[in-house]
Design a protein around this ligand. Sequence first.
Ligand SMILES: C[S@@+](CC[C@H](N)C(=O)[O-])C[C@H]1O[C@@H](n2cnc3c(N)ncnc32)[C@H](O)[C@@H]1O
Length: 238
Amino acid sequence: MSVPPEFIALYSGLLRQGPGLPEDVLWALERLGLSGPLRVCDAGAGSGADCATLARALPEAAVEGIEAMPEFVAAGQARLAGLPNATLRLGDMAALTGPYDLIWSAGAIYFLGVTEGLTAWRKALAPGGVVAFSQGALQGGDEPQAVRDFWAPEPGITTCDGVLAQVEAAGFEVIGTRLLTGAPWQAYYDSLSARIEALRPGASPAMAEVLAGSEREIALWKQAPDRIAYLLVLARPR
Ligand SMILES: C[S@@+](CC[C@H](N)C(=O)[O-])C[C@H]1O[C@@H](n2cnc3c(N)ncnc32)[C@H](O)[C@@H]1O
């Protein structure tokens, strides 16, 4: 993955690299009825925000974050130092081995494609294992221009029904869904805005361009906060 250093500097300073709240993780664990000495993977963990939530919520479990960007791994390892049941390592989430009882993945499966990602992860699931992932999704009907512009960098974006069809195409059964709008995005963009302001003084032209790109993203979200969503999907192999 070739990522500009300015982008890394901006995003590695955040507590997380995409929308999501601890409540979303806790909702999934409760809905799935998970507890005890499980083996859990956080695929595309960024700087490990959800690894920490998973490790605290499942104190008997072993939580392994896998992330492709070394700078995010370094930031996350520092943050997880006080959690003995959580680790974060550099790796490729397309090549998970497991076996895991739960593969959690917030805002990352789109790098692989939903069907392709689930197909790869099936081999890494323990018997009875489940996947919980969040993925950008349109809510259907007439999308405001701001929504179409917001998702333009992700040409594969589809509706919630479209995401569920991709899950089915991988041979998985959908156990539950939760639409993530509003609060998780607000929290994420509040932290991103603060980081942008911190980096603005003396920013190089390349950094100013990266900051402007992120400000455009935030401005588009503000135009349609109820229509820009992640769909959190709980699924198991059929
Ligand atoms: C939108 S961020 C979400 C990060 C984190 N899950 C969160 O919610 O804060 C997506 C993450 O997936 C990671 N990623 C993309 N492709 C990957 C791969 N093949 N293996 C591991 N991580 C990957 C990116 O580096 C990025 O950190």
